[in-house]
Design a protein around this ligand. Structure first.
Ligand code: NAD
Ligand code: MG
Length: 399
């Protein structure tokens, strides 16, 4: 069998890991495991995209020989053309190029690994075309979960989670029927500021926020992990991906990040998925699903880890978590504003312009000021998104 893949955001943390996973999957063709009596699947990379890192994109193009490469920041198209000179590859440019790639006839699986709401158009386009989506890019599911899950259903597009917690839930859910699930428990490492009080967190630096204790990820999601906005976004992501009532979603702090999430069934049985904190595993599962093949990551040795600990989250210090639950219950444009305000505030924080604690304050200001609309069109979603981004900048710099 052949799976033809497009990786949206191949130069990022998830994108680079996905290429490593695909290398490994294709190498299994050579070192064939004869105990698995089934036809081997070959993974062909048809398209790769980046926002501006054209050097790495060109290097990937030389190595993987995709038919298409796209750079979403159109200013870099000429540079990419020069860097890929001599290669038989079609070059696309501008934000719309992600959609063109997501719609390509010759693509079966779209791995969405771009960061932020910018991936929405492409995710929607891939769902409309009935593609299999391996979803790392959670923000589109936060802002347009209802529309995306509905579109996927109508067009028989398969939605496969890559986010480690959602992959864990997806795997654990296979232990029973959907109606037998009582609740889901999302785990969280707690981030770098887990043990801090509200007072201590006031003066943390950008450098501290970017030093995640467990995971090595892109800068935006690393900051989201420090504020716990990442978990808040994941509550909403889980709500839509698993059609799970918000009251049936819980969050548990688990600093070792070995238990990636859990599902409790009606009989009281709790099924968890465990593994080392390495994104290669959930990426691989989304690509090989419904099969499992040898993985590249180091094996889990619980005797080396010794103990696994769990604690309740601190909703006071990490206000983002309470807001996440509230927003998930409210629905409509609340989630759009929640996400867009975060994206805008994190950008200002990364640029060194605002303090860490301002991020969640600005988000809350926007939520308080916003008149939520419940049943919304795509245009209204985008309008709320643009409003929140503008509002954050106005609030951040008004004295
Ligand atoms: P990253 O910053 O490392 O990479 C982002 C990728 O998207 C890059 O290839 C970049 O070129 C591209 N990109 C950036 N801005 C873009 C834009 N405006 N339009 C189009 N492309 C753009 O991010 P990451 O850590 O790989 O995360 C990617 C997504 O996966 C995020 O939504 C994140 O929440 C999710 N995720 C990441 C991890 C992880 O371990 N890194 C785990 C779970 C979920
Ligand atoms: Mg996650």
């Amino acid at each position: 069998m052949l799976k033809r893949i497009a990786i949206l955001g191949s130069t990022g943390s998830i994108g680079k890991n996905a290429l490593r996973v695909i290398d490994s999957l294709n190498s299994l063709l050579v070192t064939r495991d004869s105990s698995l009596e089934r036809e081997k699947t070959r993974y062909e990379i048809v398209a790769l995209t980046a926002h501006s890192n054209v050097e790495l994109l060109a290097e990937q193009a030389r190595r993987y020989k995709p038919r298409f490469v796209a750079v979403t920041d159109a200013d870099y198209v000429e540079q990419l053309r020069k860097l890929t000179g001599g290669l038989d590859v079609e070059i696309l440019g501008g934000p719309g190029s992600l959609i063109e790639i997501a719609e390509l006839e010759g693509v079966d699986v779209v791995l969405t690994a771009v960061v932020g709401a910018a991936g929405l158009g492409a995710v929607l386009a891939a769902a409309k075309k009935g593609k299999t989506l391996a979803i790392a890019n959670k923000e589109p599911f936060v802002i347009a979960g209802e529309l995306l899950t509905k579109t996927a259903k109508e067009n028989s597009a398969q939605l496969l989670p890559v986010d480690s917690e959602h992959s864990a839930i997806f795997q654990a859910m296979q232990s029973g029927r959907r109606e037998e699930v009582n609740k889901i428990i999302l785990t969280s490492s707690g981030g770098p500021f887990r043990k801090m009080s509200i007072e201590e967190i006031q003066n943390v630096t950008l450098e501290q926020a970017l030093s995640h204790p467990v995971w090595d990820m892109g800068t935006k999601i690393t900051v989201d992990s420090a504020t716990m906005m990442n978990k808040a976004l994941e509550i909403i992501e889980a709500h839509w991906l698993f059609d799970m009532a918000v009251d049936k979603i819980e969050v548990l702090i688990h600093p070792e990040s070995i238990v990636h999430s859990l599902v409790e069934f009606v009989d009281g049985s709790v099924i968890a998925q465990l593994g080392r904190p390495d994104m290669c595993l959930p990426i691989q599962y989304a690509l090989t699903y419904p099969e499992r093949v040898a993985g590249i990551g180091e094996r889990l040795r619980l005797e080396e880890i010794g103990k696994l600990t769990f604690e309740k989250p601190n909703f006071e210090t990490f206000r983002a978590l309470s807001l996440g639950f509230e927003v998930a219950r409210t629905g409509g444009t609340a989630a759009v504003v929640f996400n867009a305000a975060n994206e805008a505030a994190v950008q200002e924080f990364l640029a060194g312009k605002i303090k860490f604690v301002r991020i969640v304050e600005l988000i809350e200001h926007c939520l308080n000021k916003h008149n939520v609309k419940i049943s919304v069109t795509l245009e209204e979603l985008l309008e709320a998104d643009a409003w929140a981004r503008k509002e954050v900048l106005e609030l951040a710099y008004s004295v």
